[in-house]
Design a protein around this ligand. Structure first.
Ligand code: PXL
Length: 317
């Protein structure tokens, strides 16, 4: 097969390499481009393709940015469709400034992604695994639920972001209720933190036994595999999470790294589960790998001028 090295007509642009596009393909006839034929391998292994439907968090610790970095580290091709933009406010105690993306723009992103990588797209690696992060409003929840209801996704990993670090609980009850009613039943894997596990299960969680009870309850409510995170919230030397999928109940435990939650840990955990499921792991294997990935990311966390550290996805390298 022949590939094409393409140079844009700007002196300092980098060469772009494609093994699948040919000079005559639509979009490659622009007079601003010149192309040179080079040899390319006969076939390239197509990486698994995954999508995150999530918010942007401007400082790069959480949200879609954390998801994409996790996907890249774990060897899958990551796509992000943005639902909102969060900019912490350093002049107001680093509280969240939240701007939703227009519903039509969310729908447009989903349409483009499905056309490029969905079941009907002809892509060598079909997009069947999606992670749902921060949705932020009932309107966005309805738009995203509509996309999930088309049945194009085999794995739907839900990080049920009910509240971000620093936010007051219960600030947006209508959003929380819409998430429980419309998205939770469509999930195949859910990763609630301590607060979210209490909210979804209706149970108080104070130790490993109550975390197990909550994981079982959330599985009963959703039918999904559950990875309920005790994190730094439960007392003791270890960060303890509970996995339950209706058959296997397993406590995943790793020594705590500090006593303060790190930004992006929840996003990266769910993104790592997503990547591993897309590569063919079982839910339990995906949970174990994700826990190890996040533990290393926290161990190698990144400090900044913000009053919280960010997980480093390269920590496991
Ligand atoms: O960590 C939860 C989270 C998810 N997504 C976005 C966020 C946050 C927390 O700040 O901003 C976009």
């Amino acid at each position: 097969m022949t590939g094409w090295l393409v140079f844009l007509n700007t002196p300092d642009s980098l060469p772009l390499f494609s093994t699948t596009k040919r000079a005559g393909d639509a979009g490659w006839q622009d007079g601003a481009m010149t192309s040179v034929s080079v040899d390319a391998p006969e076939s390239l292994a197509a990486p698994a393709v995954v999508l995150t439907i999530a918010g942007s968090e401007a400082t790069g610790g959480a949200g879609a940015q954390a998801d994409l970095k996790t996907f890249q580290e774990l060897g899958v091709f990551g796509i992000a469709n943005l639902t909102c933009i969060v900019s912490f406010n350093p002049k107001d105690n680093w509280n969240h400034r939240f701007v939703p993306v227009d519903q039509q723009v969310i729908a447009d992103q989903l349409e483009a992604t499905t056309a490029a990588y969905g079941r009907e797209s002809g892509a060598p690696s079909v997009l069947e695994t999606v992670k749902i992060g921060m949705l932020g409003s009932p309107a966005t929840i309805s738009t995203v639920a509509g996309a999930l209801e088309t049945g194009q996704f085999r794995n739907v990993v839900l990080d049920p972001v009910l509240i971000c670090k620093g936010q007051e609980p219960g600030h947006a009850l209508d959003t929380d209720q819409a998430l429980k009613a419309q998205i939770l039943p469509l999930a195949t894997f859910v990763t609630p933190n301590h607060f979210e596990a209490e909210s979804l299960s209706g149970l108080e969680i104070s130790d490993v036994e109550s975390l197990k009870a909550a994981a079982i309850r959330i599985h009963e409510l959703s039918g999904a595999a559950v990875l309920a995170k005790g994190g730094v919230r439960l007392e003791g030397p270890d960060a303890v999470d509970v996995f339950y999928d209706g058959e296997t109940l397993e406590v995943l435990s790793a020594p705590k790294v500090g006593e303060v939650a790190v930004s992006g840990a929840g996003c990266s955990l769910a993104a790592a589960v997503t990547a591993e499921l897309a590569k063919g792991s079982s839910p339990l294997e995906a949970a174990r790998t994700a826990k190890a990935f996040v533990t290393e990311g926290i161990r190698n966390r990144v400090a900044s001028g913000a009053p919280f550290d960010a997980l480093w996805q390269g920590g496991a390298r």
